[in-house]
Design a protein around this ligand. Structure first.
Ligand code: FES
Ligand code: FE2
Length: 451
């Protein structure tokens, strides 16, 4: 029996090789439009971006684009971002309106997508049929405050696509969280090169040496259909904000404070100021001899009380459920959601047009805020990939990724060989991706045959 942590859940995907086309081929990047993005459910925005009736935003993926509009108090509609007259793009960015007016010849559409006005309509002599003049509708799905779209009218139902995600993540009430900050940039690598780096912990100790002190870097991955759930191994599993490594320090109170401070300083997310204040209070609440489990429990309890005192009420989630929910979800195809009880981190990876060597990377920190204290978090384009602008952990990953892309383009026989345990989510991703594309499936690595 294999006793490696992480191998016990579900069927082992085993050791595989993944061909490089998905990362470097211009033809593959073009094929993604039709075979993946036009067919797969994908996160388009969060509901908080369009809170009032008439608020809208646009979501672009390669050359495709959709308008998401709050068309009723609890109704969000999505329309192809193209005028039914001569095809001009209708909307850009975010805004508020009571109708969409094309900037070319001023055809107009209501929030329900129906055509509401055509200048000089009589010139058509009655040939225009109202029924066919409205904006094309795009399917939407809503979960956890996220709005998903699917451009394929015949796609699988949203409920089948999200699968086990609501079961595991609904208790975190991510719809009650709000953006703390949002940042995006371009990276000189394929979107899958970037995504792969955030769904594996194999590189953590190498690229992020500051993490070595606090964790063993082991993770377990559970496949959930198209998606993957990553959880920590050998720690208390209560989320990074409360992680206390039982092996590293005698005074676990100090370890807890060092951990949450380090996460705040190097990531700017995945913990909160409340957690830092709670960790600072630990020496007054527990003796130096407190066990790691005691420190972890006290940290959570204190942070919960501190938040409650300022009007931020956490849901109660069973520790076993928190463990099962893990610390990160790869939501197929291009989003990562890291859930915790009072905060979250979301990353989205998109191709940069049809260029296989460039991608659009977005990081969104979420948090629970007291009523009336939600910050205004503009979506900031931050091309400067420095510690000052992004913080250390991000920069460590950003500096590595272009060299992955460059290395993959060298001549010679190449394929990638993910670690079957620590990079299991990478394998699951590419196995599912290959089902959409019809190529690039991971191939089993056969043990060498003895002479
Ligand atoms: S293209 Fe939109 S009104 Fe002409
Ligand atoms: Fe990393």
């Amino acid at each position: 029996m294999n006793t490696v942590p992480g191998m016990e859940a579900g069927l082992s995907p085993g050791a595989v090789e993944i061909p490089l086309e998905a990362y470097v081929s211009p033809e593959y990047a073009r094929a993604e439009r039709r075979l993946l993005w036009d067919r797969a459910w994908q996160v388009a925005c969060r509901e908080e971006e369009i809170p009032k009736v008439g608020d809208y935003c646009t979501y672009d993926i390669q050359e495709n684009s959709v308008i998401l509009v709050r068309s009723g108090p609890d109704e969000i509609s999505a329309f192809n971002n193209t005028c039914r007259h001569r095809g001009r793009r209708l909307a850009d960015g975010c805004g508020h309106t009571d109708r969409f007016v094309c900037k070319y010849h001023a055809w107009q559409y209501g929030l329900d997508g129906a055509n509401s006005f055509i200048p000089n309509r009589e010139d058509w002599g009655g040939a225009l049929d109202d029924k066919t003049l409205g904006l094309g509708r795009v399917k939407t799905g809503r979960w956890g405050g996220f709005v998903f779209v699917n451009f394929d009218p015949d796609s699988e139902p949203f409920e089948a696509y999200v699968g086990a995600i609501p079961h595991w993540l609904d208790p975190f009430e991510m719809q009650a969280m709000r953006y703390k900050w949002r940042r995006w940039t371009r990276l000189a690598c394929n979107w899958k090169v970037a995504l792969d780096a955030f769904i594996e912990t194999y590189h953590a100790a190498i690229i992020h040496p500051q993490n070595r002190k606090f964790g063993n870097g082991r993770s377990a991955t559970r496949e959930e259909g198209l998606h993957s759930c990553l959880s920590t191994v050998g720690r208390d599993g209560a989320g990074l904000g409360s992680s206390v490594d039982a092996t590293q320090s005698r005074d676990h109170r100090q370890t807890a404070l060092a951990t949450v401070s380090m996460i705040r300083d190097t990531i700017g997310a995945l913990t909160t100021d409340t957690f830092v204040r709670a960790a600072e209070a630990l020496p007054d609440l527990l003796p130096a001899t407190a066990s790691a489990a005691e420190v972890s429990a006290k940290l959570m309890e204190t942070a919960r009380e501190m938040d409650s005192a300022r009007g931020v009420v956490w849901p109660t989630i069973e520790p076993e459920h928190i463990k099962g929910a893990g610390f990160a979800w790869h939501v197929f195809p291009n989003t990562i959601i890291e859930p915790a009880v009072s905060y979250g981190l979301v990353m989205r990876f998109r191709p940069d047009g049809y260029d296989p060597d460039s991608c659009i990377f977005e990081a969104h920190a979420l948090e629970r805020f007291p009523e009336g204290e939600v910050p205004v978090a503009e979506n900031v384009y931050e091309p400067e990939l420095t510690v000052e602008k992004w913080r250390l952990l991000w920069v460590q990953d950003f500096e590595n990724l272009p060299d992955v892309q460059r290395g993959m383009k060298c001549s010679g026989p190449q394929a990638v060989r993910p670690n079957p345990v620590l990079e299991r989510a990478v394998v699951n991703f590419h196995r599912n991706l290959a089902r959409y594309i019809g190529a690039g499936a991971p191939q089993p690595l056969r043990p060498p045959v003895a002479d």
